[in-house]
Design a protein around this ligand. Sequence first.
Ligand code: FES
Length: 335
Amino acid sequence: MSSTTASSGTGESTTTSSGTSASAVASAVASTAGTVLRRALPDPAGPGTVLTLMGRVEQARQLDGLAGALRRVIRALPLGRSRDILHGRWLGHPVHPLMVQLPIGAWTSSAVLDWTPGGRRPATFLLAVGLAGAGPAVLAGLVDWAELEKEQARVGLVHAALNSAGVACYSASLYARLTGHRMRGRSLALAGMCAVGAAGAVGGHLAYRQAAGANHAEAVPHLVPPGWQPIGRVEEFTKGAVDRRRVGDVAVAVVRGTDGTFQVLADRCSHEGGPLSQGRVEDGCLVCPWHGSAFRLDTGWNRTGPATAPQPVFDTRVDDGRLHVRLRMPPPAPH
Ligand code: FES
């Protein structure tokens, strides 16, 4: 009896001891993870490790040689009118974020099925579907990337490198599955998902913090003073030239035709903010000096990309020898 009690007592003591040490380990891991996260993420004291790292990538001039060579190759691709389709001009905003839905959705579903009983074959099928969908999404992304400014292009290179690593992992995973190495295939798919997830975070930085793909003329209707505004005497504007003036806080590009008529667009290009007043007039359009988007002078419509959004346009009238402009609002939608 006393022996059983002693033995039982020893067992409880062992269980309690191992339970205590497990909870100590869990608490140490949680505390370390908390410290790492606190340092990695921005807080009121500063940007944190991740944003500091992204800031370094934005300033990494070492990437410019590679970016320049790749940009030249992409711009030389004989894509013709498909280039604007890949930019998303037909959609009114970049098409790349839409096209990545297929591979990401397929790969995420594949990851779930990979760890579900009976999911082996559909997981492999979805992984292959994701790889097939990645091609067009990559092409659209590259075409957009080739028209970005330097800081954005550097971050875009990291985004592309992580996505390439993801695609390589998924390709190797597919090969492993087809040659009977299922566990290796699942592990490679998990590695691919991590790489693609990191690429998504970098893409978010590129789109939301660096405003790549955003409409850079969106703020104009919120900033321009309402009603007619004088911007200069008629004789100040040279016939056949493009001048820059301000309407409140908004810069505008003023085109005085050879016939003396005026056409006025917001100066800051909707694509990346280039100065349209330094552009050229061509075939009824004002062509941006940075990446060549052409905006119709009469409507502001983006006739060719890479801009996917039109340019705010102003009505004009001459009163008492002075040119007045007023932002033209879009017509109300039909009922
Ligand atoms: S800034 Fe890129 S086309 Fe104008």
